[in-house]
Design a protein around this ligand. Structure first.
Ligand SMILES: Cc1ncc(COP(=O)(O)O)c(C=O)c1O
Length: 371
């Protein structure tokens, strides 16, 4: 049986009848960049995450860069971020001329450890950039509380967590800036790159809109040096269709994740394959990934691959160990929970259309490996 890590074709088959006429409509309009589809998507996402403003842009990485630009992060500043995450946040900090300060994670949730965060604050700290890894919000009430106490801003990287909630509050309504990615494999994926930022106040939203179009305040008048980072109408139209299905897809992801955990427990495998932990404060985990911690990861992965089961390692190298940060990070810095996570994590196939037979097949192959 073939069980891919992600199966976008299965999802497309369910929405094809909605998508194709819509693509034809955009082609007939020949209006491609920003415009009414993007504005409608921005309103719908703002409504979905209960944020006052949403600003579309070209990718989740650009969303992070635009947020850092809007809050004025630059040379000499420090931005505290998790050492166990995708590179985009730390990369954006470096590209602004600032310094990423990596802190360790909570080993249960893989998200920023807020005690370590508090210890890392200095007079140079300008912002905190937590990631909601694998679809579970970081400990956002604590992060925002610490930021307010120290007068610094927060950019929540919610690329993997559209629709996730912390203490009943949604990613997008908690931090001054929340960034999202519509990369095709995300819970809400475009047919290419796309991203979005939510903001809580009018001035920030205005600044972000200006920055995404070359800092233009009025036609050919540039109040600031900005970027070209716009969302296009084709992507927005597709995302609007998919957004209508997102809650149902999320419920399926949650049910499949619960079923994996149940099957691993029933087979007595949870000592060797530790299921993901949902924090008590994580009131809606949207499972962009089902990530376990395993013994003998490389061998298990090779076994699953030989059985036609796709897996992924998000992420094999903790950020403070990445070659591109040599010279920026103290070579002796040790962040044991991030390093252990990088050595142990394995993401199993998870997507709404995954069948029970496929899940059982995956768990059978895991059981066979450890037998
Ligand atoms: C946590 C995280 N941040 C940022 C990004 C960057 O998003 P994009 O690929 O849309 O630039 C991703 C995408 O993989 C991500 O997973």
């Amino acid at each position: 049986m073939h069980v891919p890590l992600v199966d976008l074709r299965a999802q497309y088959a369910t929405i094809r009848n909605e998508v194709e006429p819509c693509l034809q409509r955009i082609c007939a309009s020949q209006s491609f960049v920003l415009g009414p589809e993007v504005e409608a998507l921005e309103r719908e996402i703002a409504n979905y995450v209960r944020a006052p403003h949403a600003i579309g842009c070209a990718s989740g990485t650009d969303a992070l860069e635009l947020a850092l630009l809007a809050c004025g992060v630059g040379s000499g500043d420090e931005v505290i971020t998790s050492a166990f995450s995708f590179i985009a946040g730390a990369e954006a900090i470096m590209l602004r001329g600032a310094r990423p300060v990596f802190v360790d994670i909570d080993p249960d949730t893989f998200n920023l450890d807020t005690d370590a965060l508090e210890r890392a604050i200095t007079s140079r700290t300008r912002a905190i950039l937590p990631t909601d890894l694998f679809g579970q919000c970081a400990d956002m009430s604590n992060v925002v509380g610490i930021a307010e106490l120290h007068g610094v801003t927060v950019i929540e990287d919610a690329a993997q967590s559209l629709g996730a909630e912390h203490d009943g509050r949604r990613a997008g309504e908690m931090a001054p800036f929340t960034t999202f990615s519509f990369y095709p494999s995300k819970n809400l994926g475009a047919f290419g790159d796309g991203g979005l930022i939510t903001a809580l106040d009018d001035d920030t939203a205005g600044a972000l809109r200006c920055l995404r179009t070359h800092g233009e305040s009025e036609r050919y008048v540039h109040a600031q040096v900005g970027r070209n980072s716009r969302l296009d109408a084709l992507q927005a139209a597709i995302l609007r269709i998919k957004l209508r299905h997102l809650d149902q897809w999320t419920a399926l992801r949650q049910a499949h994740a619960a079923d994996y955990t149940k099957q691993l427990q029933e087979r007595g495998l949870t000592e060797r394959v530790r299921p993901p932990v949902t924090a008590a404060t994580s009131t809606r985990h949207v499972f962009n990934q089902y990530t376990v911690r395993v013994e003998s990861r490389e061998e298990l992965r090779a076994h699953l691959q030989s059985c036609d089961v796709g897996t992924a390692i998000y992420y094999p190298v903790a950020l403070h160990r990445q070659p591109c940060f040599r010279g920026v990070v103290d070579a002796k810095l040790q962040l044991p929970d991030s390093e252990r996570a990088a050595a142990e994590v394995l993401s199993l196939p998870l997507y709404p259309e995954l069948t029970e037979a496929q899940r059982t097949f995956v768990v059978d192959r895991i059981a066979e490996f450890y037998a």
